[in-house]
Design a protein. Structure first.
Lengths: 455, 93
């Protein structure tokens, strides 16, 4: 016989795709643009535009073909580029804004919905270019549709740049105000990182790192629905056995990503970078990380026990996924974005989940405080302090953490923000109002932590 | 990695006369060769899995899927068409 897969196995795969939302969340092409630097913003932007169109001209078409031939949905095709602050250092803020416009046009021309890399890495301090880029962020995010921005403010080896943390609090506020007509949607395209990953395929935090090759294909898979159904099948199983079930399921999900990555890489003639093992939820019913935690036995996500459940889920996903792919990387942690996960929203509405618990959950697994709407009148110092807390968790635990907050202008706790599509909708959450201003206004750098005496 | 031309077709739905005939007629018209068929009926519910080779077909996978899904819909059946590599990758190391 030509084929040795059993009928049950075939039906399992078909079910994953048909009813459990198994899909490839993104094929992200990383493109080096360090050779695009010219004398001004216009010439540099034009050169970046030309290079993106040249390299990624077939990205969407190839992705669509693979989707058709293999019968596996590929939701997004995206692009990440070298952090623009590095490429355009020495140019001014207006030049950076011009470059952002060219990036947006290039993304529209090749048909991708997001392009990442309007970024700066400032964990130890700013160059002039970094400062100009950060100053340009609110304007670029409010005047472009597809450009995503990220700023790395801390690493385990360098500590936390509190000047940058201070600045990003202001930048987030300003971005929200400039996109006030759309509930501050600009902030949904802005991520503040600690230990940013150079090969992350997921937006808004994707950029093409300095250590990356000329071009690369990185894959983000998605399988919360598949894991959810696997967990639901075994309500009585002990947690060790359940971890095994999750591992096996994650293996299967990740293999799909590995296959699509290899095919895409071959057809585009671009080296295959990594598969990101993150469990990425969508607003679709059943495609929720919160639902998985609840199916493990929690009444609501946010209940005591959520952190432990998430730690176990995330670790099992990584163990299964690592076996399935030749190269894993990116963020590879379960995402718990509030607006993009129907179960998280329900838990917030039920009063089970608050920012403090989300922060605790980011210690063990996830990539950070993601897509959380907070009241529009939250001060920039409080936003900076939230970033500082999250960066501290990443720095001490040697992991990536991120903050993507939306201080929705004019909105109060209990109001809703609506972004539509994959970004979803979210209830505005309560933030601790006691002031951290004295701490944040000290600025400076929090020194890198010691790596022995670990307790 | 070589990309093969074998597909897995699954057909699910309530049993009725002419399911296999309809599907295989479309395959024959498009020079798609059937390598294996397995079919079960459980309490009136029909499940069929086919392995086919389309290396001699002039038809694109996308077009073939459209034809089969449309024919399936007319008979009240759910048809899926996927490249065999998906299954190989997922279930075998």
């Amino acid at each position: 016989m030509p084929f040795h897969i059993s009928k049950d196995e075939i039906m399992e795969t078909v079910r994953m795709v048909q009813s459990e939302n198994l899909d490839i969340r993104t094929i992200t092409m990383g493109i080096n643009i360090q050779d695009c630097r010219h004398r001004d913003g216009n010439a540099t932007g034009k050169s970046i535009y030309d290079k993106i169109v040249k390299y990624a001209g077939n990205l969407v078409k190839t992705g669509d073909e693979i989707e058709k031939e293999y019968g596996i949905p590929i939701i997004n095709k995206r692009i990440s580029v070298t952090p623009v602050a590095n490429v355009a250092d020495g140019l001014n803020r207006d030049d950076m804004i011009t470059i952002g416009k060219y990036m947006d046009e290039a993304a529209r021309e090749v048909g991708v919905n997001f392009i990442g890399g309007f970024s700066a890495l400032v964990h130890k301090g700013f160059t002039h270019g970094d400062k100009d880029l950060i100053a340009a962020i609110p304007y670029v995010l409010s005047n472009t549709e597809r450009v995503c921005s990220s700023v790395n403010v801390a690493t385990t080896k360098a500590g936390i740049n509190m000047d940058a943390v201070y600045l990003m609090g202001n930048t987030i506020k300003q971005t929200a105000e400039l996109t006030a007509d759309n509930d501050g949607i600009g902030c949904a395209k802005l991520v503040v990182f600690c230990n940013a990953a150079e090969d992350n395929p997921f937006m808004a935090g994707a950029f093409h790192g300095i250590g990356e090759p000329e071009s690369t294909i990185n894959i983000g898979v998605s399988g919360p629905g598949v894991v959810l159904n696997a967990v639901r099948k075994y309500p009585e199983m002990d947690l060790g056995e359940l971890a095994n079930v999750i591992k096996k399921t994650a293996f299967k999900v990740t293999r799909t990503g590995e296959l699509v990555g290899r095919v895409a890489s071959k057809r585009l003639g671009v080296p295959f970078g990594i598969v990101d093992l993150s469990l990425a939820p969508t607003p679709a019913i059943g495609d929720s990380v919160a639902d998985i935690l609840q199916s493990m036995g929690l009444e609501r996500v946010g209940a005591h026990g959520s952190t432990a459940a998430l730690a176990m889920l995330n670790d099992a996903v990584k163990k299964g996924g690592a076996m399935a792919s030749s190269y894993v990387g990116g963020l590879s942690g379960a995402f718990i974005p509030v607006s993009e996960d129907a179960g998280m929203i329900d838990a917030v509405l039920a009063g089970a989940l608050n920012i403090d618990k989300l922060e605790a959950m980011t210690c063990v697994c996830s990539v950070g405080l993601d897509m959380i709407a907070i009241p529009g009148d939250t001060s920039s110092e409080i936003i900076s302090a939230i970033i500082a807390d999250e960066a501290a968790i990443g720095m001490i635990n040697r992991k990536t953490t991120a903050v993507r907050l939306i201080p929705a202008p004019g909105k109060k706790v209990g109001d809703w923000v609506e972004f539509g599509g994959l970004l979803g909708r979210a209830p505005v959450m309560k933030v601790n109002q006691f002031s951290p201003a004295g701490f944040i206004n000290r600025r400076g750098r929090i020194p890198a932590p010691i790596h022995s005496l670990n307790n | 990695m070589e990309e093969g031309k074998k597909l897995i077709i699954t057909v699910l739905g309530y049993d009725r006369v002419g399911i296999i005939a309809t599907i295989s007629a479309i395959l024959a018209e498009n020079q798609v060769n059937i390598l294996d068929i397995s079919q079960t009926i459980l309490q009136g519910f029909f499940t069929m899995v086919m392995v086919v080779d389309m290396s001699n077909s002039k038809c694109e996978i996308g077009q073939l899927r459209e034809l089969l899904v449309k024919a399936g819909r007319n008979l009240g059946l759910e048809v899926t068409v996927q490249h065999e590599d998906i299954f190989k990758f997922m279930h075998r190391i």
